[in-house]
Design a protein. Structure first.
Lengths: 481, 481
């Protein structure tokens, strides 16, 4: 029977939300204010967190105070604090106040931007903000929405390369494989990326049916940059035996060492085979906001089919926010669009609007443009440039300290804010040093293999990081070496 | 040079965040408090929102007040209000206060759960909360993390079916195609789903290289349920000519009419061909939290390889939150795992932990378990059951009104809270009525094709919806018919 009286409180009560929202905002402010005093990484063994949680689900409601108490008692001690000022591992993924507020607004509005028609402003703000960002980074006009291209927010660079590779596969096969599958296509497709390209390129090749072995890994030079001559040779050899070189991923800022592939040269080679050129600038792309770093970061972008970077890495937008631009939006839409009856609408059929579900794997999508918009507006481009410049400067200073210490090898001059170094004593000693440094809980660094050696990486990128934090990390290293 | 003095304010200032966070919380509370007085859908043409935004990005910072003013002036008038009490389109995706607070906490903590080691509590809470949810829904033990299975949060049901289909492809080809690609596999793979299955199944078949034509669409009966005999015939016929039936998607609650495929029968047929059985219960799955609805929703789940539903649809967790369970987690991990040097760590190598990046397309992941945890704890299971029950009851009442009006055909008895109906006067008249009803801005419904007819759908699922809103929508329909 119907139930007008409502036996339980509504799931959204504005007045309750006002009170509880403030409590959570205060909890977060307190968390950030005390971050520096915490260990960066937790000291927990597998199962310790889970073991403190009840085995079964709650039947009745708990108060926010009870939940926050458990958050403090059980969850927080088991976290790696990615926003900690001394987080220098992987690439930092740094949030900012404005971006968190944007995420909160997106959750509060709770709109779905799968089609223009399902919330027009969600789509139009995204298109506009990505045009702004293209402008700020000095990316070519071909990616502007006013022409044949445009930008879209994906969750991550992995998804960005996946959709680019699907579009490339379709273009290379005359739009055949999306419908008929790859089994019916008798010439093997081949993709290319450097040995140091991100693992997501290989993962995408596996997912889309080309196969991980269908990705040729091109050697890198001593700096970690793709050897363009080796790429040309490999593509020519494949084409000569009837394979189809369909996709090249150039990396601008490799994960291992921040190396920048020679994109302009690669573009010329890819063009000879009509292969799709995707530029993965996930981390380093953000630095193109500074004119003095831009040159090598966007070189060749004017010949790329797609170009992506993560504002959620180094541009102070909280995860997830990957910005992907394409030169020809029809290529991506024709590969990914699905319009069953229940999604049809006049705006889509008019061709006058963008339906972003056609640019991605999932159908649904959050209003992620809000957090990018709020970050750009409330911080402003000049503050973002200062943020990047300080990190590059501190990394340079850190590299000088490494280079001056006779026990250490600076493996490469720093690429932007990434420093790779090792002990002269060898890989085992370097690995042991890294473990001992991280075990202090006072700083956090991760490793990679650079020029065949086990390297410690210092990636400066945290929104809360100061020069003192960088120098303090050097002192920990110096003392434990 | 280094820069210790900091020329611009830090991107996260706890005291500023306290003040601005409160303002945004209040903005959201005000938005929800005034939702009912707004049009559900906006009255805007393509380009109107974009045209009000500046052409270029901001150089200097704007205040939160300026940004919120633009939000009110430019963005909100261009939104479809998915949280509006009279939103009955598609399937509602309803947030709740606790889920929004969980999203806010996840953004505030800003941790990355790609590996157990990158934030252990993020992984362990997710595993535990999905075990709780399995328990609440009465799903079989095989999906519990204590055995060979386990649950994972994906962004959407589209991504859930994609990863299930990749795992199925690998299993069917002896783990060959992930490495060698599909071109090297000479027996065509065939997937199956009903004519009324979600478009994401076909999209996934295209993406993974099987091809959209490699998905056989099995006819449905007059209720929209897959014809199991037709499935058996199709699978046998494919196998007889050397094709490989590798994947079956059964739908529990189709988008068009909420129909429930006969999963137990389908499971038996799929098993004869060793095909992977994926159950897409995106919308209807939530209702399994109520014992009285559970029976037909989980029937056959004990033989499914994967089973997914969206807490973000009808369980008051804000988008995005798709819960996917697999019976054999090795199948999904072996298809999707990538561990380049820079991600290697002792915990992963011990085999004692879950690395959720191995269960999904992207590498990075947000701490989405928090919003599920907070929703379950702060509302409690019994309130969630009441939420579902009220909607089912109101939909039944609405269906009775439709059935009693001689101008209308109730096309099917309601499936849970979904009612499909049409005018006896035919498709054109029905479509015109839908347009006129939606043009009022007072309610919002969408359409589908049901039994060949153009159908108006009323999907009750909003967290703010009351019985009065459902009845008021009937009055609008009645008056305009």
């Amino acid at each position: 029977m119907s139930d007008q009286a409502r036996p339980s409180p509504p799931p959204f009560d504005p007045e309750r939300f006002r009170v509880e929202g403030r409590a959570v905002v205060d909890w977060i402010a307190d968390y950030w204010a005390t971050l520096a005093s915490r260990r960066v990484t937790p000291d927990v063994s597998p199962g310790v967190v889970a073991g403190q949680l009840p085995p079964g689900p709650p039947e009745g409601p708990d108060s926010l105070a009870e939940v926050l108490a458990d958050l403090d008692r059980i969850i927080v001690p088991g976290l790696t604090h990615w926003q900690h000022p001394s987080f220098f591992g992987y690439f930092p993924a740094s949030a900012s106040g404005p971006s968190i507020l944007g995420e909160l607004l997106a959750a509060g509005l709770g709109v779905q931007g799968m089609l223009w028609a399902t919330s027009p402003a969600c789509t139009e703000l995204e298109t506009k903000v990505l045009d702004w960002l293209r402008d700020l980074l000095g990316l070519p006009e071909r990616f502007a929405s006013i022409g044949a291209g445009g930008g879209v927010i994906q969750d991550s660079a992995s998804s960005g390369v996946l959709v680019a590779m699907v579009a490339a596969r379709e273009r290379a096969t005359g739009q055949r494989t999306n419908a008929a599958g790859l089994a019916g296509f008798d010439r093997p497709l081949v993709a290319y990326a450097s040995d140091d390209a991100h693992s997501s390129v290989e993962k995408a090749a596996g997912i889309i049916g080309v196969g991980r072995e269908g990705l040729r890994k091109i050697p890198v030079d001593h700096r970690g940059c793709m050897d363009a001559l080796a790429l040309a040779t490999a593509m020519d050899a494949d084409a000569a035996v009837g394979r189809v070189p369909f996709f090249v991923a150039a990396t601008v800022g490799t994960t291992a060492s921040g190396a920048i592939d020679p994109v302009a040269e690669i573009a010329a080679i890819a063009a000879r085979h009509a292969a799709w050129l995707h530029v993965d600038a996930a981390w380093a792309g953000a630095a193109a906001i500074c004119p003095e770093f831009r040159g090598e970061l966007v070189a060749g972008a004017d010949r790329a089919d797609s170009w992506g970077f993560n504002p959620h890495k180094w541009l102070l937008v909280n995860f997830d926010c990957h910005a992907l631009w394409v030169a020809d939006r029809r290529a991506i839409v024709s590969a990914l669009s699905m319009k069953p009856e229940y999604l049809r609408n006049r705006a889509s059929e008019s061709g006058a609007v963008i339906d972003y579900a056609d640019w991605q794997v999932p159908l649904g999508r959050r209003f992620r443009a809000l957090k990018l918009w709020m970050t750009l507006r409330m911080l402003g481009a000049e503050a973002l440039r200062g943020h990047i410049r300080r990190h590059v400067s501190w990394a340079s200073e850190f590299a000088d300290l490494v280079a001056a210490d006779p026990r250490f090898d600076l493996l490469l001059p720093p690429n932007l804010s990434l420093v790779c170094f090792a002990l002269k004593a060898g890989d085992d000693a370097t690995r042991e040093l890294l473990d001992r440094v991280n075990a202090t809980g006072r700083t956090f660094l991760t490793h990679a293999r650079v020029g065949g050696r086990f390297a410690i990486r210092l990636a400066v990128g945290g929104g809360t990081t100061t020069r003192d934090d960088v120098l303090a990390t050097w002192r920990v290293l110096e003392n434990l070496a």
